[in-house]
Design a protein. Structure first.
Ligand SMILES: Nc1ncnc2c1ncn2[C@@H]1O[C@H](COP(=O)(O)OP(=O)(O)O)[C@@H](O)[C@H]1O
Ligand SMILES: [Mg+2]
Length: 500
């Protein structure tokens, strides 16, 4: 279990790194928000300006607006070069861009000039590997999981909320609460909050019995060795444009996972495989199913099955699948399932033996499992999947998600305008739809985001004209990678059911 030193110690350690003029600080964590808060606290204490960057928000001062044209990684670094004096820059998910020679070089040049002030670039990612030439400029900060003091904050917040919103009565003394905090150690902040909330809901009140319930729940999560992660149900089909057929299919089966439905004799659905063109909402739809049915969502991280430092992959997979069963009723989401099982077909691969065994374990589970776990798998490249997996009866249905039609594109514009607090009625949606033939949902979302920047920059309101110009300047994937997209469509025509 990673270290859980207290918050104050973490603040001090970071402060020392920054004061000692470490140009690049790397932090391996999946808890971005928590890291951001810690950095903000450190920056405030040191009276050093704090900037954050992400590819979606660009570079901005913590409380300010984004700097012009800073959403591209290289431009963000150019912007950083123009900011002088003390500063802390948190670059979220930046490690992946460092593999690019330009960016890596630029970052090194920047770092060389950094020792003149208390300036540090903090690079965070869930898993981080910097190229060797950057490694020597950088120091790793061990963020670790929340300690008891941070847990106390989480507990306090959840209890207050539960008391206010659900009228849950709280009869815990200070001792109980610190025990509760210890019982949650080993989880991330979000996991801890979720676990506590779930146990509170199930138990109905916050008393001494809650402590052991929380401990059991935590152990269940940890037992899965991090392969399985419960995910917040943050979307339902109201966040999805199009995919009408899939939506109806899901809607019809809503009751089948419930006890009433089963008593009535409904056969619970086993699962769907969603394949199709990139950026058109496969992953979004898979997770929306849980929201639609109002049941838990758990994600199995297929890529991590091959974590070479862990070993015993088959056993871990078996344990994880068992754990999923304990969470039932649950949607088990496996994103890009080909990552786990693709090489099972190709015997030349070094991993082939292991893949074969993993596949066998998985197929057995698919065949023999009890109802209550609904498998929602997505695949970008279904041709890479072993045919056994696609055989009749393994999935209830294989859905194909195609590029959105004009109607759906209009709905996508409306959806993302609304999400950005703009009134879709003020835009010429049919015209926008007509101008974005071949765009994926992700590309339309991106066009709206880019349009907002342009409008802000010109001190104008966002308009149809600005969006049209953004669309015109975009080369959609379906054009730049036309052959790939065509191949996916050809495959699906004969073998899958259109999702729309
Ligand atoms: N049909 C859609 N409705 C709403 N949003 C969409 C749709 N298609 C894509 N998007 C947007 O694009 C993003 C990327 O979609 P995603 O589901 O990850 O694509 P895929 O898994 O098919 O590659 C989503 O998070 C969502 O914001
Ligand atoms: Mg996806």
């Amino acid at each position: 279990m990673p270290s859980t030193s207290d918050y104050k110690t973490k603040q001090d350690e970071l402060q020392i790194l920054i004061n000692s003029r470490t140009p690049i600080i790397t932090v391996e964590t999946s808890e971005e928000d928590r890291l951001e808060k810690l950095l903000l606290a450190v920056a405030t204490q040191m009276a050093v300006p704090f900037y954050t960057w992400s590819v979606t928000t660009g570079l901005k001062k913590f409380t300010g607006a984004a700097l012009y044209n800073s959403d591209e990684p290289e431009k963000a670094l150019a912007n950083i070069a123009t900011i002088t004096g003390d500063a802390i820059f948190l670059l979220k998910d930046f490690a992946r861009y460092c593999e690019n020679d330009h960016i890596s070089r630029r970052l090194r040049d920047l770092a060389a000039n950094f020792c003149t002030a208390r300036r540090s670039i903090v690079i965070s990612a869930a898993s981080l590997a910097l190229p060797p030439e950057l490694k020597c400029e950088s120091a790793a900060f061990q963020f670790g999981l929340p300690g008891t003091d941070e847990m106390l904050g989480v507990i306090n917040q959840v209890l207050v909320e539960a008391n206010r919103e659900l009228r849950v009565s709280v009869s815990l003394d200070a001792n109980d609460i610190s025990q509760l905090a210890r019982n949650l150690l080993g989880l991330t902040q979000d996991e801890a909050a979720r676990t506590l909330r779930k146990c509170l809901l199930a138990h109905g009140k916050a008393d001494a019995e809650l402590l052991s319930a929380v401990l059991d729940a935590k152990n269940a999560i940890l037992r899965s060795d991090g392969l399985l992660e419960t995910v917040r149900r943050d979307s339902s089909f109201t966040d999805v444009a199009g995919l009408k057929h899939l939506r109806e299919w899901v809607d019809k089966r809503r009751s089948a996972l419930t006890t009433e439905g089963r008593r009535f004799g409904l056969v619970p659905p086993k699962g769907v495989l969603i394949t199709g063109v990139q950026g058109c909402g496969k992953s979004l739809a898979a997770r929306a199913i849980a929201g639609e049915w109002g049941i838990e969502l758990a994600r199995l991280d297929a890529g991590r099955l091959y974590d070479k430092y862990v070993g015993e992959s088959e056993k871990r997979l078996r344990n994880t699948l068992e754990l999923a069963q304990e969470l039932a009723p649950v949607v088990l989401w496996i994103d890009e399932i080909e990552k786990a099982f693709a090489s099972a077909g190709t015997s030349g691969d070094a991993d082939a033996g292991l893949s074969q065994r993993l596949l066998a374990t998985f197929l057995t589970w698919m065949q023999e499992r009890e109802p209550g776990v609904f498998l929602a798998a997505t695949s970008n490249n279904i041709t890479a999947l072993p045919p056994e997996m696609l055989r009749k009866g393994r999935f209830d249905e294989i859905f194909f998600v195609d590029l959105p039609t004009a109607d759906v594109r209009a709905a996508l514009f409306a959806l993302y305008l609304k999400k950005n607090s703009r009134n879709p009625a003020l835009f010429d949606l049919p015209k926008l739809a007509a101008a974005t033939e071949g765009f994926s949902g992700a590309e339309i979302e991106q066009a709206v985001a880019a349009g907002l920047y342009t409008a802000f920059d010109r001190k104008q309101q966002l308009s149809t004209e600005i969006l049209l110009a953004e669309a015109k300047g975009t080369q959609p994937l379906s054009v730049t990678r036309a052959e790939d997209v065509e191949a996916i469509r050809d495959w699906a025509k004969s073998r899958a059911v259109p999702a729309d």
